[in-house]
Design a protein. Structure first.
Length: 353
């Protein structure tokens, strides 16, 4: 067995174990909150298992970077305890080479996290919302409320008419001119999706000009836009899963209900979030210098864990600021990965000397 294979296998085993343990802890805590509701609905053990299965992608997103941090820390502690790092460095193997041996682990977790963010998590969340709403008793059925959103240049306030998303009720459409001023207001009792467009039933159209406001009441009016029933279901879902594709569509004139800064930040986060696994790899690497005789092992381990937790806090705060427009989206999404990676590399160079 080569040195590279040994280090890679050790990090893989430790990271996988950390991921399973962290996932189990979060799953147990999550089930403690919903077990009573699931059993009250008469879903039994199969319902609990179904719920737990659909929650797995969301839970993995939460533990992915931490599993790398914990797994790599325990791997380096094992190597340091066996004096393997000292032997490798005496043989001319640099710490950078040791880190690169474990880089495939961080890369694999980052790639899996990206796949979960873009595919598994949105599908699982939609399936969970649909199942949870379908199994709720009549007294707990969610009430359909009106929500504001944008479609292209139109600002819309409407209520989802049915679960399929093919009908909107109590719809109001506000159209604006090139200067952003209100030019037209359309009110209709309902809108039905037919042949790629929305048929407004008995609409009232108020056209606004500088001279006057004119009102017409045609029997029907076709409202043509890029909004389709699938996007209606997503807009009115209690937990809206957002992918990079959804963010790009919202920025290019598709349906949206949040500020442009939010979608631009999410577009950056689609890549920045998985990169967190590689950042954690760097933050855990100083543990390789641990010397248990001098007591530096505890200090370096504590520093790596603290840096990893601080990274998660800072990353979340900067992302939240960027989503509200308080910071540029690029800065908010990438601040923590860039700054903490630079800090980790600086610490490694300092320890290497």
């Amino acid at each position: 067995m080569t040195l590279r294979v040994y280090v890679l296998r050790l990090m893989t085993q430790r990271t996988l174990a950390a991921a399973l343990i962290l996932m189990a802890i979060l799953q147990i805590l999550d089930l403690l909150d919903v077990t009573t509701d699931v059993l009250d609905r008469g879903l039994g053990l199969s319902g609990l298992l179904h719920y737990a299965f659909l929650r797995l992608p969301s839970l993995f997103r939460q533990i992915a970077p931490l599993s790398v941090l914990v797994g790599v820390i325990f791997s380096f502690l094992q190597l340091a305890r066996d004096n393997a790092v000292v032997a490798m460095r005496a043989a001319g193997v640099s710490l950078l080479q040791i880190i690169l041996m474990g880089a495939p682990v961080g890369g694999a977790v980052a790639a899996l996290d990206l796949a979960v963010i873009e595919y598994a998590s949105p599908h699982a969340q939609r399936a969970l919302d649909t199942w949870w709403a379908a199994t709720a008793p009549a007294s707990e059925q969610p009430k359909l409320k009106s929500r504001p959103f944008r479609v292209g240049a139109d600002v819309v306030v409407a209520r989802q008419g049915d679960k399929s998303g093919n009908r909107l009720d109590d719809i109001q459409i506000f159209r604006r001119d090139a200067n952003g001023q209100l030019s037209e207001r359309i009110v209709a009792s309902s809108a039905v999706y037919t042949d790629g467009a929305w048929r407004l039933q008995k609409p009232t159209v108020n056209r606004v000009t500088e001279a006057a406001v004119t009102t017409t009441t045609p029997n029907q009016l076709m409202w043509r836009n890029d909004l389709d029933p699938k996007e209606v279901r997503t807009l009115f879902a209690p937990n809206q899963p957002l992918t990079a594709r959804d963010a790009r569509r919202a920025l290019s004139g598709g349906p949206a209900e949040k500020p442009q800064a939010y979608y631009l930040t999410q577009l950056h986060r689609a890549i920045a979030e998985p990169i967190g696994a590689l950042v954690m790899l760097l933050l855990a690497s100083p543990v390789a210098f641990a010397n248990f005789r001098s007591g530096s092992g505890v200090k370096l381990t504590g520093a790596s864990i603290g840096a990893g937790l601080l990274y998660l806090v800072c990353d979340g705060m900067m992302t939240a600021f960027a989503e509200t427009g308080a910071l540029p989206s690029l800065l908010g999404a990438w601040f923590a990965p860039v700054v903490f990676s630079a800090g980790a590399l600086t610490a490694l160079l300092y320890l290497e000397v």
